[in-house]
Design a protein around this ligand. Sequence first.
Ligand code: SAM
Length: 261
Amino acid sequence: MPAGEAAVRCRSSAVRAHGGRHSGTGARQAARLRARLAGRLEVVDRLVTLPRSGRRYWILAPAEPDRLLAAAEDDPEQRLPYWTQPWPSGLALADAALARFADLAGRPILELGSGLGVTATAAIEAGAELLATDYSPLALLLCRHNALDNARRAPRTLVADWRARGAELWRRADAAGGFPVILGADILYEEGDIAPLLALVERLLAPDGRLWLAEPGRDPARRFLAALAASGWRDAVEVHDGPWPDGDDDPVRVHTLRRPG
Ligand SMILES: C[S@@+](CC[C@H](N)C(=O)[O-])C[C@H]1O[C@@H](n2cnc3c(N)ncnc32)[C@H](O)[C@@H]1O
């Protein structure tokens, strides 16, 4: 997804040199993170506009996502870096988080597959006590930076792989009595993730909790939703039409899923 002019713009290096949009502790922490990242990655600031709220975030992102993808193609575990760009589902879920802030404010919220942190930034703005997770440590650094830079507060972060047994994630869920809301934006694009994510959500969601899943109609997401429906889960769907970065025009569905009963 290359950047589309309508919704995403890049900040010039001259503007970048001036740093963040506010001052204070959050800005200093963001500047330190940016310096840490600069040694590891060529980065660029992208201006992302959320379609419904009109909220705009500057999102620090890899300058050359395609090069990172190409470099990962030989990875035997196929951990492809799809975290390198802001996806439409992440923007839609960010808008949902801002609109439904009362469901998030002051509560322990989990995000799976946070990527660059567009949704995480909105959840933090909504007042969530967010735990952002991803299997990419670099993505989580960018996620922290972007939340600090735009919302002045960083989520807690945890490197966690859906396909591995997540003892630390389980411990944190148990400490919270299960997460009342789990967020996931475009996390279902591999067949092999359907079963691990079904098990993970079952394990981590509070008994009366909600899974907020944003997805653009990929087959694995359909199969995941069908499996939940077959177990009696209830689904309320909201359709988000964009406009999205990069001229993508597929609608995104934001599902609010809950257990039967
Ligand atoms: C398509 S991206 C979506 C990123 C972000 N939610 C958004 O909408 O912009 C999928 C995200 O899931 C993460 N991911 C993929 N497989 C994973 C796994 N097995 N465990 C943890 N994270 C994973 C990727 O690193 C990436 O950040």
